[in-house]
Design a protein. Sequence first.
Lengths: 351, 426, 292
Amino acid sequence: MSTLLRAALITLAAIAATFGLDPFRNYQLATAAGVFAAVAGLTVLIGLTGQLSLGHAVLMAAGGYGYAAAATAVEDTAPDAAVLLTGLAGAAAASAALGLLLGLAAARLRGPYLAGLTLALVIALPSAANVLPLGGEQGRSAPFLPVPEALAALIAVEQWHAWLAILISAAAVTPLVLLRAGRPGLRMRAVLGDETAAALCGAHPGRVKTGAFVASAVPAGLGGAILAVATQQVAPGGYGLAFSLMLVVAAVIGGLGSIGGAAIGSLLVVTLPWLVDTAVEAVPADLGQRLNGNLAVLLFGTVVIATTLARPDGLAGLLTRLRGARPAPPDAPEPRPTASPTAMPSTNTER
Amino acid sequence: MRTPSRTTTAAALAAATAIALAACSTPGDDGTPGVTDDTVTIGTHQPLTGPAAAGYSTISAATSAYFAYLNDQGGIHGRDIEYIVKDDAYDPSTTQTVVRELVTEDRVLAIVNGLGTPTHSTVLDYLDEQGVPDLFVSSGSLTWNQPGVYPNTFAFNADYVTEGAALAQYATEQRPDAAICVLGQDDDYGEGILEGVETVIDGNAITEIQTYSTANEDVTAQIGAMMAAGCEVNILGTINGFTAMAVGTAAALDWFPQWYVSSSGGDYPTLVGYLGEDVAPALLQGMVSVNYLPFSPDDPWVGLFRQINDEYNDGAPFTGNTVFGMSVGYLFAEALAAAGEDPTRESLVAALESGELLGNGIVPLSYGEDDHAAYRSVGVTVVDEGVQDYVGTVYSVTSGQVSTVEAEPVPLENEGVPQAPGNQDE
Amino acid sequence: MDRLVFLLATGLARGAVLALFALSLVIVWRAARVVNFAQAAMAVCAVYTAFALTAASGSYWLGLAGGLAAGALLGAAVERGLMRRLPHLTPLPGMICAIGLVMVLQSGLAIAFGPEHRPMRPPFSQSPFMIGGTPVLSPYDLFVLVTAAAAMGAFALLFTGTSLGLRLRAAAFAPETSRLLGVRVPRMVTIGWTLSVATAALAALLLVPTELGLNPHAADLLFVNAFAVAVIGGLDSPTGALLAGLGVGVLVSLTTGYVSASAAPLAVLALLTVVLLLRPGGLFAAREARRA
């Protein structure tokens, strides 16, 4: 039960932290929580089963649309709590369904082929938004959840949304931690290591991989729901190729398979562009019109490259070191059992 | 884990709450945001990077140049205007973040000229809740003109339906028997133009309707279909790049119909850039467009803007975007001047709704308490031997009815520096 | 019928460029077992070089040669300077690095040249020939088709008929064994990257004159579609890239013409899904040993 306790404590700490932040930072925290849920799912998927999904943004979008549809359906008749829960159920259902479809297809596909399929899915999202009743480019709006009466005097709207975001992402990510540490996680790693041997031991590779996909899709969908709660909007423009690739960047930079790494990665991806922007603004503005915006992207890309060169296994290793574990030599695999798959040579990876 | 940690956490939480409540920042009323004794700060979100930057990144540069000029002339009521431009790469979720940052961190007085329909529509509710004036949205969607729902939001562009109707009206007057076709972008822009055309021409009477997607830089299939259908007048709801592509593709097919283009895609200098100086005058001969801002080569506003462009904008290419950006800057300055010596958000909005602002277009602004649209009339421009100029026909579109009106260009006064009403030199 | 012929012809021309770019992805996959996510950005850098050379000298062909050279150099530089320093047990660090590289390259280009579209003039006319009143292919389209076919033929020959090709494939497939047999694996990987980016540069050079103009994002969609094409055809197969490229080009053209422009990405997704469900390794995948 220590996992649950740890999750509860971290959640409480995060909620306490919102008191120290101003509204804008709380908004950023809420979006970071949404991204964290998706990245956590993605890092478990890639880290434990080696399935490279470049389309998790679409799963988030599915969750967002599911939330918007379900919540607006009951908006006028139910109290806010019910609206939220119905919306979340809708988000989970939509993303699980899409995740199942993808997972069934993905189970047969290897590395770059799966990547190609998920990439095509992301590109097709704006198209789908036009063709299906999803509101086209404008997207769908989601209900605005005001601060409940009891707390209205205490906190502002952004803080309330940050609380909701933290709670939802905790609910989405904790099952992942349990999954990873338990038997399903073991099966996933077995399948990654050697599919034939795993099949002989009773872990059917197809089912395990599909299950892993669905298990990673639901947190992503809930992440999309969180974004819908914080922004009251779901539009295809917010779930494009760049965003989907950023999710993968966050997962890898944080450290594959590590939930703590997912937290680092998503915080980085959400705040780094803004940090860089602020740093760039400190530079005299007369350097030319063309630098505006572009310099920030340039610096962000440089940071990504530098981080990958310095720590290709991700930043989660730093966490272990900071906690005072035996300092690991830089090239050795992590001592924890949830090490990245680079530790395991295999004959049928994505190569 | 030791259970005492639960108690510790609870105690820590209680302590944190107490401290936070003590330091809790209820937005204190420390004066109007964005206004100090010598500056007024406003902000905008624009696509400065990403695929959409190509068409629009020059607008904010032009606006900034105008404000630089204005500040050098003394500003408005002795205050400099500071224009914070934030990049959203045309991504609606980035728009949400930068607009929130502008409102809560940079504490701007107003959001001015936010660009894009899918991007700006995501921040409408937020700006409304926060009571931030949302001025001169850079898009022709009808969403910005809803005074009952969004009392602080004001449009600027002549909307797409108005332009489509005006183009169709001119087409039916100039070529009464021609086969008319429509090529539009596959979003609210193209739909708006089509809707405007359909108010003048019955839907069944349109020979061919085609759409294109910006994701696919190829309109060969669409042009081929229109050519096969025998179109003679093509009304385009396209952006500049795709206008050039349509005209160029048709020319390659040896087909030279008449082109009627909306203002968002009918800027002659930009089209020359795409098609090339050698062939553009011939290809674009007779191209009809509509516009509402000063345009003629000998117009005093254009002269002033060229001067400002050379001095304050590094001599960047002078295109329709330059005129657009500077006109928006001028309009804001005019509104600020009318808002009084000590402007507030309310006085700014009131100044706009007073209906006394003129702007700098070929017709005066139509802002009022019940109308947050700026331009309900557009003038027809035609390209003749490499020069794009107004031909004198001006249409006004109200409630789906098109009527011909007289142009009433707003004269240039005081070298483009607005003065407070009642202070103007006669 | 006319419309069909017209759409087919347009689709073939567009598809040839797709096939060529997909070929470049196949090359880098066969040589280094990675998919280079920075392929589009690097190709666009090469096109900017070509653009600058053509503007300075007035000759399209000089620009073309310069662009190819620039692409080759860039490929070698990135491989040597960046990719080599990353662990290759999984493709992920390389992918993330490539994503960062894309940001650096595209923003660098935007800072240096500005985001505006810069139209590029094609060397041949783009007016289509008329066969029985129906516009078919233009001289430029034919040039594209011929160039793409020639490049593909050359690579097919290289990979299957020369010892260099054999060494390239061996180095990718079994690096340790090849090393033992005297193949200089690192050099083979560099050569693979060089050839790949040069091919991508060629594809981008052929594409840009038909689009709105050169800008830092000119090849983004080309990359995504070409990736889908390479996957459909099978990442190991140049023939697959060719046929899938032409097929997808025609599919997009027909969908745009008969359905709507917005539906094209959905059609590609549908094709991709169907192909992968039937043949998970792509249409022309090498047969894998049955495992269990």
